[in-house]
Design a protein around this ligand. Sequence first.
Ligand code: 5GP
Ligand code: MN
Length: 330
Amino acid sequence: MYYQKYAQQFSNYLTQLVGKKVAVIGHLRPDGDCIGSQIALVRILNSLGINAIALNKDKVPESLQFFVKDTPFAHANFIDYKDYIPITVDASDTTRIGDELKNLFPNIKLNIDHHLSNINFAETNIVDSHVAATSELLAGIFLDLNIKIDPITAEALYLGIATDTGQFRYGMTNAQVFSICTQLINLGASPPLTAHQLYERESFGRILLLKEFLGTLKLELGGKLCIGTINEAMFKATGTNKEHTESLVDYPRSIDTVIVAAVLEERPDNVIKGSLRAKNDAVRVDLLAQHFSGGGHASAAGFSFQMNLQEFYPLFIQTVKSHLSNLNLL
Ligand code: 5GP
Ligand code: MN
């Protein structure tokens, strides 16, 4: 058994869903874990005779479309689903699903997640921040309950685990992660195919964006903080969009001296979308993100904050500086 307690909780919950229609809702800017969890949960519910569909404000990014196959997804006309039972996956709070879905579903019934900053906002919450990915939690639950997992579901769950562990590199990559992945591979997931889809199908524009982005990197706080910026002009010049910024933060993160890495993306209407990563277990980028109305995990977090970059930049450095000083890391 991987997650006996959660498996029991999920199994009890399933009995309430019989004969009902379910909306499996993901977060804004969906990543591999979000889409993987949605694909898997929708397919499992459908296989159990429960009518389910995935709902997302933002479209499935190009790089993840391969994994969807015939799984039903909707990105518009949400009103058609207002009578569905809302379940969120991989969302730490309800603002993460976007205003439109939040307003349509003010009371989330089930919240399945692994974010440290999750505030248990639903009627039933299956949340564990010690789990590497929401997909890992779901995979463990399905395996514990001996629910039949089809190859598309196995691949989607593997996708979520592989991406949220940074290809099995980040802190929560442990024996259980590999044990669950072994089972998923036996059920049809393919690590080389997943890696090929994710990392060997870049557009040339995305590489040009990376080139522009690398040119913006600046070391601050004696090399412990590295900040890169992205703006609309770069998207225009390279024929890319906000979808293509995924994992750019790994480049500043990879620098030896860096403890905190940040990508600050200037959005139109003076909003800054921040992506933060920590490389030291004591550092809490979720708390840094909370200063700017965001959240996430201890070592990977994000925010959207209304301010222009010139004003924000020094404020951000100051915030990181105090955090690192309090931890005696400066
Ligand atoms: P990313 O940097 O890849 O956009 O996000 C890193 C982590 O922080 C993800 O787990 C994501 O769910 C969380 N995150 C990103 N942006 C926000 C935000 O605006 N608010 C909150 N609460 N979490 C965020
Ligand atoms: Mn996740």
